[in-house]
Write a protein that binds this ligand. Structure first.
Ligand code: BG6
Ligand code: MG
Length: 223
């Protein structure tokens, strides 16, 4: 039986990847190189500081080109631009089908949680006006280990009153997130393509036209 549905934020509820990309590209331009959309794919689901390392690698900077303090400054500069972009978001940017899907799960008595690596989760939930649709939120400011570590999802389950991992399903668009769900002992639904999200129990392209009951039925045949 599934009693809790745990949702990643970026790439599942809303497409913030485009704003992350704009901000990282702007930083790359200041550092004197072009950061392509293909390079940006590697940054999805990855923490802010790890993303910076990948960006610097793409720019051809040898590993110790910047001190820890300089890297903090670069990440802060990127984040200031990112916050500027997401502060203009509207509820119209919630991905198709998300709201009816969440409503369907809640109507079925399922508890809902948001589990994100982002330290900007609060701003995004406010801008999208969906904070009240989740019984609990665990974000990047509350965890010490990022995905693929299961901490964020285990914390969600604990905050929902200790729902056993076997009764939770995670919705994720990143491979690291699917890995985190598996490490937590939870079921997982990949949002994307089966080629990329091979480890997920089930993969759907998005929430458009898919109901909570359908997902629940499909997962129950896989136990
Ligand atoms: C994840 C995104 O949800 O959060 C990553 O997929 C991002 O791209 C990470 O780097 C951290 O986000 P933030 O908002 O704290 O920089
Ligand atoms: Mg994501």
């Amino acid at each position: 039986m599934i009693r809790a549905a745990l949702f990643d934020l970026d790439g599942v509820i809303v497409d913030t990847a485009k704003y992350h990309y704009l901000a990282w590209r702007r930083l790359a331009a200041e550092l004197g190189f072009v950061f392509t959309e293909t390079d940006n794919e590697r940054l999805k689901g990855v923490s802010r500081m790890r993303s910076l390392d990948l960006l610097l690698e793409a720019g051809g900077f040898p590993e110790n080109s910047f001190t820890a303090t300089q890297k903090e400054e670069l990440a802060a500069r990127k984040n200031a631009w990112y916050v500027e972009y997401i502060s203009r978001m509207t509820p119209g940017e919630i991905l198709p089908g998300v709201l009816p899907f969440l409503a369907g799960a809640r109507a079925d008595g399922v508890r809902t949680a948001l589990g994100s690596a982002s330290r900007n989760t609060g701003i995004i939930l406010d801008r999208l006006e969906i904070g009240t649709l989740f019984d609990t939120v665990v974000d990047g400011t509350m965890v010490t280990r990022t995905k693929p570590d299961p901490e964020v999802f285990l914390r969600c389950a604990a905050r929902l009153g200790g729902i056993p991992a076997g009764e939770c399903v995670v919705f994720e668009d990143a491979e690291a997130g699917i890995e985190a769900a598996r490490a937590a002992g939870m079921r997982s639904v990949g949002i994307g393509t089966p080629q990329r999200l091979k480890q997920a129990d089930l993969v759907v392209p998005g929430f458009g036209g898919i109901t909570w009951q359908e997902i629940k039925n499909q997962l129950s045949t896989k136990v």
